[in-house]
Structures are given as structure tokens and as C-alpha cells.
Design a binder for this molecule. Structure first.
Ligand code: SF4
Length: 425
């Protein structure tokens, strides 16, 4: 058993950016409790695994990580938290005797507070969550900032509302204070349904727009991830572009209207295309990302062809395609027309091929242009076109100062990534 005079912790994070924010807050909580961060899991007295339960693949990755850390840090107390712990609670604890504790969000048991009860089918918020806990300053020039937790929608494939609860927006003051304390140049706002921020407090669109404006006065770049397309209003579009990051991460999921209806989601390909065209006409330099689900129950060849046509015509900068994964307790598992996994994989490949060419061509068109970048690490930077950890990166000269903005010239493109050289003063 590892024993240090001051207890050391290691937090391992799986899954999405929202989990990274929770991990930062767990670290803040543990530091506040007198612990220090370990340099490696082997040196830790407490190892926390912040798991992801998004799809089956993510759950297996979480379990593998727990097992790997159990052998790497044999003497440490091992706590499993995050979405899997919240969703499967006791069941997970039974299946994973390697873990000393399985605790709902925030590893409260590690610091003597009450753990949340597993709440597989409940829509109530977890009794303990990390949303408003303090957080240490960021170790990079950018940071994810979670502005709300939970979701009020009921998309057919998604289990998140069942264990994250309904939407709870943080106060604008708490978010602003957190951003100021992080000391970053770029705040990347995340939530399950970002454009709905403030709606649970009766603020509707008046919630997200003033928040974005207010943060834009405090940091150089504000980036918004996960925008539900029906909520992308003109004031929000203008507020986004005014922050210097005309980057639109639209959660589209498909373009076939009947299939979207089966997903219990708004819209269709024509509406999405019209919205994208309207943004481009106002902001020609706008960049778009979207995610699509492939092989949702009932997806026909015609639906798939419609999505292929949309992807080819929309010419989005970045796209993610995910094979549908049946999630226990969701509307979609009861639907007929389940698509065989091999067919879904083939459709996904086709879509990725089309998009990869579009992305590469768009990156090629940047060669020779000057762009403003924020340097994240020595030799590695991003412009407003690239969300951190999600899109491509830009290689820049090693001597450009980290945490600063620089103007560089794009010299080459390698698929999604760019190579740039310094511009003479
Ligand atoms: S908007 Fe839909 S997919 Fe996103 S978290 Fe809410 S229910 Fe899930």
C-alpha cells in the first residue's frame, strides 16, 4: 500500500469534454481536502476513474481503464465515478470488485460527503453534483466550461436525461467567476444542450446570448459546443461571431425528416441547409461541425442516400459519424427496423469517405493564407477553425510563445492538420 505524508491523487478521465470539467472539479475538491496531484497513477494513494457511459464501446473502455489502473496502482484506493457509476451504481460495484468504491458524480465518498444514489430511471437531478464547485486555474490557454447540467429533451437514442437529470443552468455570475479564475485566453462552453442555457430559469434565449456577450468581454475567444439546430437564432449567431470564433457545432444527427421524427428531434435536411446558408451569407468565414448517427432504427437506403447527398452538398468543415448503439431504457430500443451493425458500419464508412475529402479540400484551400493562432503547446496551435482536442491542429515554429496569439502563414495541409510558418514582423 502506497503511503505518503500528504495523500496524492490521480484522476483519469474518459469520454467527452463535459467529463473533463468534472475531473477538474474533482481535482479542485481533493486539493481543497489537503491532497496533492500525483505525477503518475503508480504514485497515487487515491485513483479516481471518471467514466463514460455514452455507448457500449465507451463503457468497455471505461472498464478496461479501471482494470489497467488497478494493476498499475495496486496499493491505491480506487474510486469509480462519472456516468457509468451514476447510471449503473450497485450493478457496476458488483461487477467490478477491483474498485474500492463506485460513487455517483463527484466522488463525494472520498471526502466524507454523501454519495448520490444510483438513479437509472429517475429524472431527478443527482443529489450531489459538481456544477458549481470551485476549480483550479487551467493548465492550458483554453478550458472547457460547463454552463449547465442535464437535459430537458428526450431524443430517442439518448439515455443522458435519465441519469443526468433535467437541465440545471448555472448562474451567469458563477460562470463568469469561474472563467475569470481559470486565466485562459479561450473558454469552450459545454452543456448537454447549450443553446437552451437559462431556459430552466425562465430566461429562454435571453440566457445564452448575454452570457456569450459577457464572456466575450473577458476572454479573447468564446467557443460554443453542441447547439441544437432549432435554437440557433440570429441574435445567437451574431453573438457567437462577435466573440471572434464563428464556429458552429450543430447537433444535426440526421437529415431525413421521418427518421428525425423517430429520433424525437426537430428539423430536416432542407431546414438545416437553409440555416447554414443563412449563416454563411452573414459570416462567410464561418466554420461548421456536426455529428450524425448512422443506422438508427428505421434508417432506409433512401435516408442514407439523403444524408450522403446532404454531407456532399453542405460542405461542412468537420463531421463526426457514429454508428447507432442501442441504449437500455431509451425509446429507440423499442423501435422496429433495427439496422444490422455491418450495414451501419458500411454506411458510416461511406459517409466518412465523402467528408474526409471535403475536410481535406477545405484545409488545402488555406495554404498560403495568413491565420491568427493561439499556441497551446510549444509547436502546436489552433485558429478559430479548430476546437481543441476535437478538430485538426496547426504545427507552428517551436519558439512561438505558448498562451499567446500569433499571425502565421499556412504552408501545407496534411489531411485535417496544417503546417504554418511565422510571418515576418
Ligand atoms: S439534446 Fe438529446 S441527445 Fe443531447 S443530451 Fe439531450 S436528450 Fe441527449
Amino acid at each position: 500500500m502506497v503511503r505518503h505524508t500528504v495523500r496524492r491523487f490521480w484522476v483519469e478521465t474518459l469520454g467527452c469534454p463535459k467529463n473533463q470539467v468534472d475531473s477538474d472539479k474533482i481535482a479542485g475538491l481533493l486539493v481543497g481536502d489537503g491532497m496533492v496531484a500525483a505525477g503518475a497513477p503508480e504514485e497515487a494513494d487515491l485513483v479516481v476513474v471518471n467514466t463514460c457511459a455514452f455507448i457500449e464501446e465507451a463503457r468497455w473502455e471505461s472498464v478496461d481503464t479501471v482494470l489497467a489502473l488497478r494493476s498499475a496502482a495496486a496499493g491505491a484506493e480506487l474510486v469509480v465515478t462519472g456516468c457509468m457509476a451514476e447510471r449503473y451504481g450497485d450493478e457496476l460495484a458488483e461487477a467490478l470488485p477491483e474498485a474500492d468504491r463506485v460513487a455517483g458524480f463527484g466522488v463525494p465518498v472520498a471526502i466524507g460527503q454523501k454519495p448520490s444514489e444510483p438513479s437509472a430511471a429517475s429524472t431527478a437531478p443527482p443529489p450531489f453534483d459538481l456544477l458549481n464547485l470551485p476549480r483550479p486555474p487551467a493548465g492550458a490557454p483554453w478550458a472547457y466550461v460547463k454552463i449547465a447540467e442535464g437535459c430537458d429533451r428526450r431524443c430517442g437514442y439518448c439515455a443522458i436525461p435519465s441519469f443526468r437529470g433535467p437541465q440545471r443552468s448555472r448562474s451567469a455570475e458563477a460562470i463568469v467567476a469561474e472563467v475569470e479564475g481559470l486565466g485562459v485566453r479561450e473558454a469552450v462552453l459545454v452543456a448537454q444542450d447549450l443553446a437552451s442555457y437559462g431556459r430552466d430559469q425562465g430566461r429562454g434565449e435571453r440566457g445564452i446570448v448575454p452570457l456569450v456577450e459577457s464572456l466575450g468581454e473577458r476572454v479573447d475567444w468564446v467557443r460554443l459546443l453542441y447547439l441544437y439546430p432549432s435554437d440557433l437564432t440570429d441574435p445567437l449567431i451574431d453573438a457567437i461571431c462577435a466573440t471572434g470564433v464563428p464556429y458552429f457545432d450543430l447537433s444535426l444527427q440526421h437529415v431525413s425528416r421521418p427518421l428525425l421524427a423517430r429520433m424525437r428531434r426537430w428539423g430536416d435536411g432542407d431546414r438545416f441547409a437553409a440555416r447554414i446558408a443563412a449563416i454563411r451569407s452573414r459570416w462567410p468565414e464561418a466554420v461548421f461541425r456536426s455529428n450524425f448517427i448512422v443506422g438508427y432504427p428505421g434508417e432506409t437506403e433512401a435516408d442514407h442516400d439523403a444524408l450522403l447527398d446532404f454531407v456532399a452538398a453542405a460542405s461542412l468543415d468537420w463531421c463526426g459519424f457514429f454508428a447507432y448503439s442501442p441504449e437500455e431504457g431509451t425509446h429507440a430500443v423499442s423501435l422496429d427496423g433495427q439496422v444490422p451493425p455491418e450495414l451501419a458500419a458500411e454506411r458510416r464508412r461511406e459517409l466518412a469517405e465523402v467528408q474526409d475529402e471535403i475536410t481535406a479540400a477545405k484545409r488545402d484551400r488555406l495554404i498560403g493564407r495568413e491565420v491568427v493562432v493561439l499556441v497551446d503547446f510549444p509547436g502546436l496551435a489552433r485558429s478559430y477553425r479548430e476546437a481543441p482536442e476535437i478538430d485538426g491542429v496547426i504545427s507552428v515554429p517551436e519558439d512561438l510563445a505558448v498562451g499567446q496569439f500569433h499571425t502565421v502563414r499556412v504552408l501545407d495541409a496534411l489531411g485535417p492538420d496544417l503546417v504554418a510558418g511565422a510571418v515576418s514582423p
